[in-house]
Ligand binder design. Sequence first.
Ligand code: 6R9
Length: 651
Amino acid sequence: MSEESTDLDSSLRENRVFPPPAEFAAKAQVKSLEQYETLYRQSVEHPEEFWGEAAQELEWFSPWTKVMDGEAAHTKWFVGGKLNLSHNCVDRHALGARRDKVALLWEGEPGEVRKLTFGELHEQVQRLANVLKSLGIRRGDRVAIYMGMAPELAIALLACARIGAVHSVIFGGFAAQAISDRVNDSSCVAVITQDTSYRRGSEVQLKAIVDEALKKCSTVRNVVVFRRSGSPIKMQPGRDLWWHEEMEKAAPACVAERMDAEDPLYLLYTSGTTGKPKGLLHTTGGYAVQTYLTSKYVFDLRDDDVYWCTADIGWVTGHSYVVYGPLLNGATVMMYEGAPNWPECDRFWKIVDDHKVTIFYTAPTAIRAFTKWGSAWVEKHSLASLRLLGTVGEPINPESWMWYHRMIGKERCPIVDTYWQTETGAIMIAPIPGAVAAKPGSATRPFFGIVPEVVTKEGNPVPDGHGGLLVMRKPWPSMARTIYGDQARYEATYWSEVPGSYFTGDGARRDADGYFWLMGRVDDVINVSGHRLGTMEVESALVAHPKVAEAAAVGRPHEMKGQAIAVFVTLEGGHQPSEELRQELRHWVAKEIGALARPDDLTFTQALPKTRSGKIMRRLLRELATTGEVKGDTTTLEDFTVIAKLREGDE
Ligand code: 6R9
């Protein structure tokens, strides 16, 4: 056996390579591997030159004196430069050639369509900025936003950015307690919300949840309420204001604040490994430059694209790749309000055809759902407008990748697997689609200026082909600058584990071609008899079985082996759990990866516990596999009944 297959550090034994389609590469901004490699080399050898040049493509009120200054956790970017992101996302286009180009192309779940040109967006953003000002909101104040996927959500972000208020978007699926915690952590002075929002045919009571949350928040003076459904809600006199009434009264022009490059732009909370959510703080200049440049190159954006990232703006992907990145590029951004399976499982494909979407960016968890629902839903639609596909959020198992490539991309569209984090602000590792060949399951090679490395706990480089910790050796413009109110935790979590480097918390390996293979969070790596196994490998093997829909693998302590593998499996429709199937699947994994990977425990379940952004909560499964119950924090869990059902054991 080769080194590769005995070393279970490196396990996704995937060796298919998909070069950029010639037709795509011919028109792409970066057309060949040589061109990528030359640009990459220049970008890391002369980062100040590289990022400085990229920044010139945006509009600055006054230039920076130094591209970067300081080091590691303390790096500052575009020192002294003044700019405004709302101005760059909107005014720059509205006052130029794109005034009548559609900026936001929105479809509500019930089916209505709205189109806002850059000119219209410009007016809406300025009016809302004036509304916020009229409420006494000033530069530096924190404003919480709790909305569904309406154009007004994007307008709210841009209006805050315009006046220098720091937005803190709270995903519309969070419960009241999560809102109170986040609002209080950063002392928000106002909340922007809406009456209700549509999801799978029913209404989410956003305003009522805000009312509940604000009982525990003393710093909020006002609540601005966008009317989406018109369903009856309670308005608290003196505190609550209707969006449409205030917008009508507000003046249509509002000069954008001159923000310093290092001024805060937004806060976004992530659920870390500990109980308390971390409010990651992103700043203005560096974030603008890297979201702009990654959107331009990774999605190979062209002026006639209809770009659709299916993420909710409540997550970082929505911030960087629904709002800021594409709008900085003057792109037409598709937004959809509701569920992918409403009214039927082909809603996304219908949207792609109806609006001639050219770029489609989604999460592996969604792709697995589409696979489970079956190809017939896809085959009803042409999807001929698509030219590029993307994924984000977790490693994609090669099975799903192939399905995406064949069924959605019709073997014509490159797939960009984009690796990054809330903390990194923008894409870090992803193929430049006209230049770098894809390998299913690999995020491939670093973006310009990014220097990832796989290292040991001590920070020593790990040889290619072996697993280790993924770090970033060099700072990058869009990195989060701190955890709000907790600089010590920021430095301890990200900049102290591996001295001098940024620690991602992910395990990875690099192959001989310099491709990065993400192996999941390091706390998700299972160590069986001294051999490390990515949970992802076991899952990937299971999902490749025709009867398995989804799988999650975790480690639990084991006397002899150090750790044993516990897996949780959901079956494709029409298949029933049985002892026979349990043995078949254990054997299957052993056959796919090696006897070492044979799951010790296999639990059939109807659903896996997931965060609202679709990530499997392995922490909960680990706890369940270890102790037989779940006591840990479940605030980000999407469906609480899942845990109760899992606890009951096999169904
Ligand atoms: C953008 C986003 C970050 C974590 C990250 C990693 C996982 C994201 C990935 C990926 C493998 C990819 N992750 N993209 N793993 N391949 N293409 O998802 O941010 O919600 O903060 O999650 O997601 O484990 O550390 P966030």
